[in-house]
Design a protein around this ligand. Structure first.
Ligand SMILES: [Zn+2]
Length: 105
């Protein structure tokens, strides 16, 4: 397994995992519990990580890159259900899982 994404916020790491899994890529999360190593290594080393198999690495990296590029050009959005602020790369609310496009008109 190879790391393709890491973030200090475990919910954002899980959201990236969901994004990749919707593209058919099997992922696993590492470091979802802070370890006793914290303080002995740079903090980024213990951030939650999204890992994929080596076979999926290139495709996964492209999806992550696309999500992060989208992050720069788009604006964050507020969940219609819980009003949480979400980063633009994510299609579902990281807090409650609501799909902002799936609302009644
Ligand atoms: Zn929400």
């Amino acid at each position: 397994m190879t790391r393709v994404f890491s973030h200090a916020n475990i919910m954002i790491a899980y959201n990236m995992k969901n994004l990749l899994e919707r593209e058919g890529i099997t992922c696993e999360i590492r470091n979802d519990i802070a370890t006793s190593a914290a303080g002995e290594v740079p903090p980024i080393e213990v951030w939650p990580e999204v890992r994929v198999s080596d076979l999926d690495k290139s495709r996964a990296e492209a999806i992550v890159e696309r999500a992060l590029v989208g992050d720069l050009s788009a604006t964050s959005w507020h969940c219609v259900k819980c009003n949480e602020t979400n980063e633009p790369a994510f299609e579902l609310c990281w807090n409650c899982g609501t799909d902002p496009k799936n609302k009644h008109d």
